[in-house]
Write a protein that binds this ligand. Sequence first.
Ligand code: GUN
Ligand code: ZN
Length: 436
Amino acid sequence: QSAGNLKAFRGSLVDIAKVVDQPQDIDQQVRSVEDGLLIVKDGKIEFAGEYQQGKLLLADDVLVHDYRGKLIVPGFIDAHIHYPQLEMIGAHGEQLLEWLNTYTFPTERKYGDKEYATAMAKLFLDQLFRNGTTTALVFCSVHPESVDALFEQAENFNMRVIAGKVMMDRNAPDYLLDTPESSYSDSKALIEKWHKKGRALYAITPRFAPTSTPEQLELAGRLREEYPDTYLHTHLSENLNEIAWVKELFPEQNGYLDVYDHYKLVGERSVFAHGVHLEDHEFCCMGDKGAAIAFCPTSNLYLGSGLFKLHKTWQYNVRVGMGTDIGAGTSFNMLQTLNEAYKVCQLQGKKLSAFESFYHATLGGARSLYLEDKLGNFDQGKEADFVVMDPAATSLQQLRWENSKSLAEKLFVLMTIGDDRNIYRTYVDGKLAFQK
Ligand code: GUN
Ligand code: ZN
C-alpha cells in the first residue's frame, strides 16, 4: 500500500452492522472492538477491525493516530435541522404557531443577505462538527442565497449534506413569501446547481402545508417528478393547533399526511419532521410508501408539542432518524437529543435502549435518508465520516464509565450525562473537521 492516501486510527470501535426490522434485533448487530484500527483510504473506509490484524495492512511509514481510551463511532446524522434558527435557540414561552410568528419569521428574514447567511452557515457547520454530527438534512430560508451560502460552506469539507430552499407562499409575513412560480424556478435552479455536486444533495422543502397554497404543493410535486432522486423535506403533525388548521385549509383531504400524499409528496426520500400526533393509518401509509420521520425530542418537549410514538415506527416499518430541530430544539448534540428521546419514551412506559438510540443516530438515521449504503457504519467502502469520543471528559463521567459493567450500560450513561464535552475529534470525508 502506498502511504500517501492512507490514514489509520487506533481506538475502541463501536458501530451497528446491519439494518434491522425490530429493536430487539439490534443487540446482535452491535460490533465492538476494544483495541481497534480504522483505516481510511481516499475518504472511504478501507478496514475496521482488530488493531493486531489491521496493522499488517499498513506500511511502516503510515502514521497511526493513537486514540486508545477513546471511542470511535460513525458520525452522527441529524435528520432535521434549520440553520437560520441557530441564532434564536431558546426563545421563550410559545408553542409552535405563535413561536413561528413571534421569533422564527423575523429571524429568517435576515438570510436574504448572502454575506450574513454565509457567516451563519460557517457557525452552523462548526456547531455540527463540534457535536459530532457529520451529515444533516437542513432547512435553509426562503431565500436562494441562504441555500448557496450553506452548500458553499459544506463544499469546503466535502460534507454529505442535504438542504433546500424553503417554499412558502402564504400565511407568513409578506417579506418571507415566494410565489408558486418563483419557488418552482428557484428550486429548479438550485437543484441543477447543487444536487449531487460532490456529496451535496438537494431537498425540495415546502415549509409545511399551512404556508403553501395548493398551487405551490402541486409544483413541489412536479419538481419531484422531474428530479426523482432529490429529497422532499417538510413538517408533519407536530402540534394540535397546527393539525386543526390544516384540516380547515384543506377540507377535501383526509388528514394532514393525506394533504402531502395528494400532491405526490409522500414516498422514498420524503422526510417528515415530528409526526407527533400521527394516527395508525398514517404510520401505515408512511411505512408502505417508504417515507421517513425525523424524531425531534428536544423540540417536541420544548414547544410542548407532545410525545412521539417511536414504537409505532417499528410496528409499521417506518424509517426514522433523529433530528435536533434547532432552533425549536434545544441542543445540537446528539447525545443530549438521545437523552431526551429516552425520557419521551419513559413517559409512555417504553424503554429506549442505548443500542437502539445509537442505531437511530447512525445506521438507522442513514436509512431514513436512503444513505445506508454510504453512511452509518464502518463497512468497507463507506464514506469515512466518524467521531472520536472521550467517554470520560469529566471526573463524574470517568467514575460512571469505570463502574459500568457492560457496553450497553456505558453507552447509556454516556448518552444520559454526555454532551459536546465528549466530542474529542470529528472527521468528515476522512479529514479532521473539529478537534477539542
Ligand atoms: N413547522 C413549520 N415551520 C416550522 C419550524 O420552523 N420549526 C418547527 N419546529 N416546526 C415548523
Ligand atoms: Zn423543524
